[in-house]
Ligand binder design. Structure first.
Ligand SMILES: Cc1cc2nc3c(=O)[nH]c(=O)nc-3n(C[C@H](O)[C@H](O)[C@H](O)COP(=O)(O)O)c2cc1C
Length: 381
């Protein structure tokens, strides 16, 4: 990876910051409103302490696990992130290939730059597809059918974005999709020629899954306005049944942060839920994901699998989430930093870092099998 030594996710973040125009870096890095939840996600993970144990044989240590009946090389998957293709040329394809090489799932966002079909052609194993339910249910149905045709192994239905939390940095930076050339953005892009060249060589610069809509909306700017107008504020749990009828495979709902909602989600018969506050990008002053994980694990009581995201930037964070009841973690920002830092190789490096940090932390906690991690690795349980 260039001449720089990358020893941590923080190093990848620093590289990403150097390589991306400010508006793109901050789109990925920042949170909504006062960014309270964004900070709590990290602060609450940092505050947890391990029990260091000694004189336990950890010579046979395994971080391999099984999630939704599939083998994973470690309990980490790549979260859906819209516009990943702006963090690196053909970013979604780079992410999917890296995940396949590392033996973990990749989740393609509805709001990706590369389309479902383009990503499918680039990998041999199925990936996960994330969907938003839109007012135009015909279009949501079409997306779900395309995911089925691409053999996606799970559908991730995101529930926490029926209205969009305001990210003030995006407003100040004038971020628009596709990027509009203003004096401010032209200056930012001119400072990052390597990124600009990558974008010019990439397959596309707007939402790949919406290509067919571009013709009908009379231009790209109208397309992003159309998408914004499509989020549906009238969603209820009945809509999960509607999705279930269209999708016979594994169904995951994402964006649960409350024990009562977790109970309701489990009773709809979903296969897994993702405990998530959208990386601190939606409801500001909502609790950190790690703080609500134990009560949600208790409420769900094993009726479906629990995935976790929000602030995961080290193998230690992964171990803490597992200790509090998660089966596995998703990485959002960590993935995007790695992607921006060095494309596919960067994402492979990030997954390597997480894996080795997890292994070392388990060894020092005296735990040998990641599938048996429980509260006893934490001080105070
Ligand atoms: C730039 C960016 C774009 C995102 N886009 C989506 C999306 O399209 N769909 C979705 O369900 N979640 C999206 N998320 C949320 C992530 O899937 C995930 O919940 C969150 O990033 C986890 O927190 P972390 O970034 O601290 O790991 C996005 C997150 C980021 C940072």
């Amino acid at each position: 990876m260039a001449a720089r030594v990358v020893a941590s996710i923080a190093d990848l973040r620093a590289l990403a910051q150097r390589r991306l125009p400010r508006m793109i870096f901050e789109f990925g890095d920042r949170g909504s409103y006062d960014e309270i939840t964004l900070r709590w996600n990290r602060a609450d993970l940092d505050a947890l302490e391990f029990r260091q144990r000694v004189m336990i044989d950890v010579s046979q240590l395994s971080v391999a696990t099984t999630v939704l009946g599939e083998p994973w090389s470690q309990p980490v998957a790549i979260a859906p992130t819209g516009l990943a293709g702006f963090f690196h040329r053909d970013g979604e394809i780079c992410g999917a290939i890296a995940a396949e090489k590392a033996g973990v799932p990749f989740t393609l966002s509805t709001m990706s730059i590369c389309s479902i079909e383009e990503v499918r052609r680039a990998v041999s194993k199925p990936f996960w597809f994330q969907v938003y339910l839109m007012r135009d249910r015909g279009f949501s149905k079409e997306l779900i059918e395309r995911a089925r045709a691409a053999d996606c192994s799970a559908l991730v239905l995101t529930l926490d974005l029926t209205v969009q939390g305001v990210r003030r940095r995006d407003i100040k930076n004038g971020l628009s999709i596709p990027p509009r050339l203003t004096l401010q953005s032209a200056l930012q892009i001119a400072c990052k020629p390597r990124w600009a060249m990558g974008m010019l060589l990439g397959k596309r610069r707007t939402f790949g899954n919406f290509e067919a809509r571009i013709q009908g909306t009379g231009g790209l700017r109208t397309l992003s306005q159309w998408i914004a107008s499509q989020f549906d504020v009238s969603l209820t749990w009945r809509d999960v049944d509607w999705v279930r009828a269209l999708w016979p495979g594994k169904l995951i709902v994402k964006g649960i942060l409350d024990a009562e909602d977790a109970r309701l989600a489990a009773s709809t018969g979903v296969d897994a839920i993702v405990i998530s506050n959208h990386g601190g990008r939606q409801l500001d002053a909502a609790p950190s994901s790690i703080s609500v994980l134990p009560e949600i694990a208790e409420a769900v009581a094993g009726r479906c699998e629990l995935l976790f995201d929000g602030g995961v930037q080290s193998g230690q964070d992964v171990l803490k989430a597992l200790a509090r009841g998660a089966r596995a973690c998703l990485i959002g920002k960590t993935f995007l930093y790695a992607l921006a830092a060095n494309g596919e190789a960067g994402v492979c490096r990030a997954l390597d870092i997480l894996r080795s940090e997890l292994e070392v932390s388990m060894a020092l906690c005296g735990v040998t099998d990641v599938q048996r991690v429980d509260r006893s690795v934490l001080r105070g349980g």
